[in-house]
Write a protein that binds this ligand. Structure first.
Ligand code: A2P
Length: 263
């Protein structure tokens, strides 16, 4: 799995098509979308427009709660493939646990069935907390390959990351630049490190993700920022710089609560 990819929320189909083509041209090989973003069609078109072979790309999508069920999962997957115009995705995620509907473990069993049938390369979850993951693993005997969570210097998810590490689950960060939440790009600590090493604040934050061993998917629709955001593999941060950025954590209360929200 590539270490950095393009996040596509929020973007409409036309904007997504352009951004995906720009990103692939800039060297991105991981593209992240979801049924709920309403832009899988744009992702598919952007991929075709890029001219890069499908097998060189790593495409992720996620389905919503109406597909939470062992058989329904296959239907939800096929609906995404039809919109994407692809034969398979590399990684399929359950978008939110929606614990109030109590069907996420059955949905994950559906994903495990698809994996076993060779219909995709990897399966996982998004916005799951350790308690949700515990249940999925206990009920299906399958460990998600990836859990994609909101993670930035303001929400560093220490406990969830420790859980992932213990179980061999890849941590993927959505809204690594803070998205609509707490502003992180303008934090003096980030700005100072950026000045010190001659990089942009966004590059500092994305490199911090790499130093922590994470996969990250910054969203941008701007060609220059898309290029800037992948330019993080020719420098590194010191352990002190990593610690200073991690100290910006505002705790879990700064995060979107996966028990309350979900598609
Ligand atoms: P834009 O799409 O206009 O570039 P996140 O991935 O954390 O949700 O952040 C996405 C937000 O950050 C978007 O508003 C995006 O705007 C902006 N953004 C993306 N890359 C950069 C960058 N390199 N510098 C500043 N802002 C950025």
């Amino acid at each position: 799995m590539p270490r950095l990819g393009l996040g596509t929320s929020p973007m409409g189909n036309d904007q997504t098509e352009r951004a995906v083509a720009d990103a692939i041209e800039a060297g991105y090989r991981l593209i992240d979308t979801a049924e709920a973003y309403g832009n899988e069609v744009g992702v598919g078109k952007g991929i075709k427009a890029s001219g890069v072979a499908r097998e060189e790309l790593f495409v992720t999508t996620k389905f919503d709660r109406h597909w939470h069920g062992r058989e329904l999962a296959a239907e939800g997957y096929q609906a995404s493939l039809d919109r994407l115009g692809l034969e398979y995705v590399d990684l399929l995620l359950i978008h939110w646990p929606n614990p109030q509907f109590d069907r996420y473990a059955q949905a994950f069993q559906g994903l495990a069935d698809l994996l076993e049938a060779g219909r995709l390369k990897a399966v996982g979850t998004s916005n799951f907390k350790p308690a949700h993951l515990d249940r999925v693993i206990a009920e299906t005997g399958v460990v998600p390959d990836v859990n994609q969570i909101q993670l930035s210097p303001a929400v560093t998810r220490v406990e969830t990351r420790a859980y992932h590490q213990q179980h061999g689950i890849v941590t993927e960060s959505w809204s690594p630049l803070g998205g609509q939440g707490v502003a992180v790009l303008t934090q003096p600590v980030i700005q100072d490190i950026a000045r010190e090493i001659g990089r942009t604040p966004a590059q500092i934050i994305l490199r911090w993700n790499i130093e922590l061993g994470l996969v990250t998917i910054p969203k941008s629709s701007d060609p220059e920022r898309i290029r800037q955001n992948i330019g993080i593999f020719d420098f590194s941060l010191t352990p002190e710089q990593v610690a200073a950025i991690s100290a910006l954590d505002h705790g879990e209360q700064a995060a979107v609560d996966s028990d309350e929200f979900g598609h």
